[in-house]
Design a protein around this ligand. Structure first.
Ligand SMILES: [Zn+2]
Length: 258
């Protein structure tokens, strides 16, 4: 579909401010350290992750203005054979990315950093509209929120949601803290910004390779993190292959976290 689009020519739009640090600096979640964080934090939370009181299944009717965010979602609590793709930041933008998602019949949750959205909101709007993906909150400029005051965290999250509501016509319901770092103020600031769930991850794909926080394969409810990089195609294809191998169907995170 849409293979005749004029977007055959490939180009990478790199933020000039990040050229100095190279793509790995630019892939700002830092997959290696991110995976380490996920492992550590998942291990720490392993008891609560699997306990019945964790992650009560909220229905749309339960999620009202009084919803309190009291935990970070690492993995969706579901028996459905589903797995979720999330794509972060937005520093590298290539028109082929929409084709790649479409060819693989994939919708993803895009945790975008506002500084990249501001460079090219049309790119992300187009990607969302062509693929049925969703755009969510990943702060204004990707700070380590755990080192910031409550007011600064509220600015980072709230102003991003205000801007996305304005340019995309939809206020984010999910937020992912950069580097996966957060504290209690992060949850409070997210909640005050209209966010319903603060989302981490249980697997990272980078340059076609996958790292798991636990296990050695995907399981129901896993949330997979990748980035907008020049390895987009191989990362997406790895996600599809891993899902298939584990008998899981890719699904949209927002269908389960609402
Ligand atoms: Zn990030």
């Amino acid at each position: 579909m849409n293979r005749d689009r004029t977007s055959r020519r490939r180009f990478l739009l790199l933020s000039s401010s990040l050229l100095g640090t190279g793509l790995f600096g630019a892939a700002a979640c830092g997959a290696t350290s991110a995976a380490k964080t996920a492992t550590t934090e998942t291990a720490r939370d392993a008891g609560t992750e699997s306990s019945p009181k964790q992650a009560p299944r909220k229905t749309a009717t339960e999620s009202d203005a009084s919803t309190t965010i009291d935990k970070v979602t690492y993995k969706v609590d579901t028996d459905d054979p589903v797995v979720f793709l999330t794509i972060d930041d937005g520093v590298t933008r290539d028109p082929d990315m929409a084709d790649i998602l479409e060819e693989n019949d994939l919708k993803a949750t895009l945790f975008l950093t506002d500084q990249y959205v501001r460079q090219d909101p049309d790119f992300f709007r187009g990607l969302r509209d062509r693929t049925g993906s969703r755009i969510e909150n990943h702060t204004l400029d990707h700070p380590d929120l755990s080192t910031k005051s409550f007011d600064e965290q509220l600015r980072q999250i709230g102003e991003t949601s205000d801007h996305y509501q304005q340019v995309f016509g939809h206020r984010p319901t999910l937020m992912r803290p950069p580097y996966g770092n957060f504290n209690d103020d992060t949850l409070r600031a997210a909640q005050e910004s209209g966010v319903k769930h603060v989302v981490h991850w249980t697997a990272v794909i980078d340059q076609g390779a996958i790292q798991f926080a636990a296990d050695d394969h995907l399981t129901s409810g896993d949330i997979v993190l990748m980035h907008f990089t020049e390895h987009f195609r191989e990362d997406v294809e790895r996600f599809v292959a891993e899902a298939q191998q584990s008998g899981l169907e890719p699904a949209l995170l927002e269908g389960y976290l609402n």
